[in-house]
Design a protein around this ligand. Sequence first.
Ligand code: ADP
Ligand code: MG
Length: 563
Amino acid sequence: MIRRPIHPLPDTVIAVIAAGEVIERPATIVKELVENALDAGATEIQITLEDGGKQRLFIQDNGYGIPREELPIAVQKHTTNKIEQYSDLDFLQSYGFRGEALSSIATVSKLTVRSRTHQEDMGTELVVMHGKVSQPTSIGMSIGTQVLVEQLFAKLPARRKFLKSALHERKAILDTITQLSIAATNVAFTVTEQEKTLFYVPAEQSLVERLTYLFGEEFSQQLWPFQYQDTLLKVHGVLGSPQLARRGKPTQHVIVNRRPVSLPSLGTVVREAYGSSVEPKAAPSFILFLDIDPAQIDVNVHPRKETLQWQDESAVFQQLRTALGQHFQVQYQPPSNSPPLKVHDSGRQTLPELHSTLKSSAPTWYHALATKERTILQVHNTYLISETAEGLIIVDQHAAHERVLYNQFLELFHQQLQDRTVAELQPPMVIHLSPSFSNLLTANLETFTAIGCQIEPFGDQSFLIRTLPELLKEHHPQNVIESVLEDIANDVPLNGIDQLAHRTLAYLACRSAVKAGDPITQDQAQVLLEKLQHTSYAFSCPHGRPTIQTFSWHEVEKWFKRK
Ligand code: ADP
Ligand code: MG
């Protein structure tokens, strides 16, 4: 290689290179311009596209506008009205602060900006042709700002070649608007192309109203509201039921201080909180708003501000874990409108009693509840087919019963843990385990003690069991402990008492539930469906398999071409 001397690049080249970082494709232009409109307090934002934004992009807002004398400054490099000095980022309230968007867009396109403030009778128009600024002219327009972007990358054929098809670019724009419209539910957004409305949401919506607009009723009916406040963090939003979990792309949005950001590590924290209620390879849907002191985050780590860095990520995530943990605990409680399962009456109802309550025919409280007679058909000795007002349902009897029992056990278990009710074995029982199980148990003795299993090493892979949780006392300790250890050995290592409790109870529920292949009576089926209806997490069993599939009447009608 022949070495050439180092030399500074011409300003025009520097500008194009720098713009390339910010302006990647039409969707990034839309993002910057919509953020500007939001920063200007707009309540209505209209976007018009041509050829998926590749030919022409037009964005109009009703925000506070840019005064005539400042318009030529706004399109210059590094000009902003949002911060004065770097330390202002510690108090940042706006989307913008880099002062780069308008100038970058102007460098790689033909940019027309029109703006009018409420003090002005006329608007001002300015055109920048691939970096060259025109004289401002006066035009009639309503208050706000209009930005037109044409000839994108016309002078940069290499860049233009990297744009995808109109279909792809349009999709990226709609994804961007979806994100921002979730962050700003008070603002109306419209996207049109060739007179066709591609996207519309009205102003002044609640989060759930907006989500219903965006993702439909079926989605928004499966959301749990969520709210939490701690020292570092205020969190609110919605968590999707396990039914909304997806292997591919679940609906996940994270909004930190009003800014939509991509934070995969946060998704992992939420995923963990769902535990086994969603299948192992799937991820839940959620929309979370985090509010944090701006000094605790750095939003200047990405040229397009798509992500951020926490000053203390582990502290933030710890608070989030606590928040989610509390939420899921509450979710396990039966809803207050469902009749009590009588487990608290004595606080000491034994497992067989509880079990027989469930396995017996309809208990009295059920008849009071059953307002509508419905037929349940058992097929294949495994599935229950029935109907609701919304559609046809098919229930896996084992998975459903497992879920119902698991939730009951969990509640009883928490109660017993609180009351410290344990069953003392008289005399203590000695069990003998394989080397690997004995190794696992030794490593987790403390956790077992915490859930009420007082176990002591008894030499040579033997253990002395002194107490068991009340719930377990009817089961053979060796079976329970071995199968829980087996679960632990095959899966993620045990960490904490909640997981041990979960595994133990999941084992109990699985052992006690009706099996696939067991014939059951009409009455038993009625009780099971009724209970399932009043059970949280009803859509999946404790191992994450689905319990119920619903086909809406609409869907059924479509099958038969009635709709
Ligand atoms: P930043 O948003 O980082 O400040 P931009 O290059 O995006 O930088 O915009 C430069 C300035 O132009 C902004 O600080 C703002 O004062 C003004 N501006 C841009 N777009 C609008 C708009 N839609 N409404 C009102 N003012 C705007
Ligand atoms: Mg901006």
